[in-house]
Design a binder for this molecule. Sequence first.
Ligand SMILES: [Zn+2]
Length: 177
Amino acid sequence: MKKSLLLLALSAGMCILLSSTDFEAMPPPAGADLSPFIMTGSFCAPLSDAGVTDQFGWRFHPQELCLDFHSGIDLSAESGTPIRAFMSGTADIAGTHESYGKYIRIDHGNGFFTLYAHCSKLLIRKGETVRIGQCIAKVGQTGQATGPHLHFEMIMNSTRLDPLWVLGDIPAIQETL
Ligand SMILES: [Zn+2]
């Protein structure tokens, strides 16, 4: 998609014109990595039959009206759709955040976490053990969200990774359970 975006750097009092291809080529900020990676073992797509509406990487934030690094992927789904645990683990966060809304983070061990945001309802509590494929929450639009969707993140050693390297084309992924 070729388009020009007017970026308002309000703090600096400047206006910069960048094309989308310019910022897509920018290196990621600290704490994010665009590099391909592979995972072994079983995993479960957090939503079945959901399309990716926003990818991992730089984007023009629709609400903040500024250049923003999207630290996960957005999967569109009807409000109330069950969200499933990507792998087994322990919920180390089950709470509310200004932009994530109602969200869950699961600790899978070895420094690997998955995060599920903008939920309408959380079905597990902090500290609870979850198994792969377990329904942990329902899709919603709490926090900063323009419509019902799941914001899904993969985090390895505090670094956000692009979930699409593992999930690929989400609609084609079949649950392993
Ligand atoms: Zn998102």
